[in-house]
Design a protein around this ligand. Structure first.
Ligand SMILES: NC(=O)c1ccc[n+]([C@@H]2O[C@H](COP(=O)([O-])OP(=O)(O)OC[C@H]3O[C@@H](n4cnc5c(N)ncnc54)[C@H](O)[C@@H]3O)[C@@H](O)[C@H]2O)c1
Ligand SMILES: O=P(O)(O)OC[C@@H](O)[C@@H](O)[C@H](O)[C@H](O)CO
Length: 487
């Protein structure tokens, strides 16, 4: 079979975008959107990708940076299928092995935008990062060096400032990134003129992204290659839905990449979109995935077809997450209904184990706010949101360590538990303790949750109750029973 680069060619456009991150999401979202905008809106821009952690770019070089995005699902009620060859990646460099080339990109006159996705862990400030490091470790430190190189190269020219569009799923991602960059500029004593250039010539914009990207379809790869007629080791799979909220209305003209297939809202109110998406979509994923996995399911699509898990999800979303919003309106229910349709997508397999990655931080950011708001509004604990923490404790319950992970067991078969290494060490050290102590240790770990969860009235007793019953009855039977009780 031919290789993708024998069939398609890279497009030569000026590099307008620097992309920090080479992951599945950015490739099926940002690069897809830019590729489409080149075709439909004359964006006329290519992307230089920087791998923030990986040492080499061999996977990309092997196929001349071209790859396919296979979009599968339903659109306006009809089955939708699109195979798009993404040919707008100008180059892929490593911030480590190609450090010099990375910094040279700062000298490109055509560059305008910096788009990043370094996961929730990426936008951080670390005192250990030094100006002399090649490169410094954190993403904001790398960006500071990049921006300073540009500032110096163009002698502080106002029109050479850049627009930062981070898509990391953290609150106020643009402002957090700016705060870190300014802190490095100060620590490294890069001068007042540079600080002023950051304020006056650069923009750091909050944004919120939404598209379910399931990445390389490992189980169906051969089928895809047969259909496409070429080999593509970078093939990426996603749903048709896409949405980007960008918190700077003035960018609508300057960043013209919105199309019918890639909608963008330019708004001052990114927060409202983010709250809705993170609490309903991500909150539903995180609350459901670990219990459903232990109950024997592997994919989101399977959960939607399982009567007990589906009922759990409906009760969880419509009786707990949506009512927890301070101002409930129809748009929240409409959004929730659209999320259910997206979860039902029969053409992409979204793995529960992929969703389980870093569940402690996800539960804190995506589930806890709904739980606390619900409890404060009603003085009653929401049953399914409370149960979801008991399910997390059951999923994480093991003393066995694997290679950079813990090993749990489902019906005698091992599965991997991936989270922050230090957190996993502590969790494993609690696992041999009696249930009431294991649950207490988890709940009182305020560095996990931002608070001692035992301060939520009745929460410790309720989680322990769920935790003991799910073991006693078997988690699938317990989910069924709880659903019947809630109906
Ligand atoms: N996959 C989706 O459906 C989806 C949708 C919306 C948002 N996201 C978000 O995108 C992020 C990445 O998802 P993905 O599916 O592309 O995963 P991925 O594993 O394919 O890519 C992860 C990327 O993040 C980088 N990275 C990881 N940790 C980092 C760190 N500490 N510092 C700097 N860079 C780091 C990696 O180098 C890589 O580029 C997740 O945090 C997720 O919340 C994913
Ligand atoms: O990608 P993660 O691991 O942060 O979270 C898992 C899913 O909840 C997430 O990927 C959603 O599918 C996505 O956020 C939809 O836009």
């Amino acid at each position: 079979m031919k290789k993708i680069q024998e069939v398609y060619q890279r497009q030569a456009y000026p590099v307008r975008v620097l992309q920090i991150g080479e992951g599945n999401f950015l490739r099926a979202f940002v690069d897809y959107g830019i590729d489409l905008a080149n075709e439909k809106r004359g964006f006329n821009g290519s992307v230089a990708v920087v791998m923030p952690r990986a040492k080499t770019n061999t996977r990309f070089a092997a196929q001349d940076n071209i790859y396919s995005v296979c979009v599968r699902g339903k659109k306006a009620g009809k089955t939708y299928k699109e195979n798009r060859v993404i040919s707008c990646l100008d180059r892929v460099v490593s911030a480590y092995s190609d450090y010099k080339e990375f910094l040279q990109l700062a000298e490109l006159p055509s560059l305008e935008f910096v788009i990043s996705n370094t996961t929730e862990a990426g936008i951080v400030y670390s005192d250990d990062d030094a100006y002399e490091d090649k490169p410094p470790k954190s993403y904001p430190a790398k960006l500071t060096k990049f921006l300073f190189t540009r500032f110096e190269h163009f002698s502080g020219a106002k029109e050479k400032g850049l627009v930062m569009l981070p898509v990391e799923l953290i609150d106020h991602n643009g402002q957090m990134l700016k705060k870190c960059v300014k802190a490095y500029a100060k620590k490294w004593m890069l001068g007042d003129a540079f600080a002023a250039w950051l304020d006056e010539s650069c923009l750091f914009v909050d944004t919120l992204v939404d598209r379910i990207v399931t990445g390389y379809p490992r189980n169906d790869a051969a089928k895809y290659e047969q259909e496409l007629g070429y080999e593509d080791a970078l093939l990426d799979q996603c749903e048709p839905f896409a949405f980007w909220a960008i918190g700077e209305p003035s960018l609508e003209k300057r960043f013209p990449i919105a199309t019918e297939d890639f909608p963008i809202v330019f708004t001052k109110d990114v927060d409202a979109y983010k709250r809705r998406k993170v609490r309903i979509l991500n909150g539903a994923h995180t609350s459901m995935a670990l219990g459903a996995y232990l109950a024997g399911l592997d994919y989101v699509g399977e959960c939607m077809k399982d009567a007990d898990i589906r009922r759990q999800l409906e009760q969880l979303v419509y009786q707990e997450i949506v009512p927890a919003f301070h101002k409930e309106d129809d748009s929240l229910r409409d959004f929730a209904a659209s999320v259910f349709e997206r979860f039902e997508n029969p053409f992409v397999n979204h793995s529960l184990l992929a969703i389980s990655l870093n569940s402690i931080a996800k539960w804190r950011a995506r589930v806890l706010p709904s739980l606390m708001d619900y409890e404060q509004n009603t003085k009653v604990l929401p049953k399914w949101l409370t149960f979801s923490l008991a399910a997390l404790l059951a999923f994480y319950h093991t003393v066995e360590k694997g290679n950079g992970c813990l090993i749990g067991y489902r019906n005698g078969k091992p599965y991997e538990i991936h989270d922050d290494a230090e957190k996993l060490d502590r969790v494993a050290s609690w696992a041999a303790l009696p249930d009431e102590v294991y649950v207490r240790k988890f709940l009182q770990a305020d560095d996990f949750w931002g608070i001692d969860l035992r301060t939520i009235p009745g929460f410790y007793d309720a989680v322990l109750h769920h935790y003991e019953l799910l073991q006693l009855m078997g988690i699938k039977s317990y989910i069924k029973k709880l659903g019947e009780y809630m109906a």
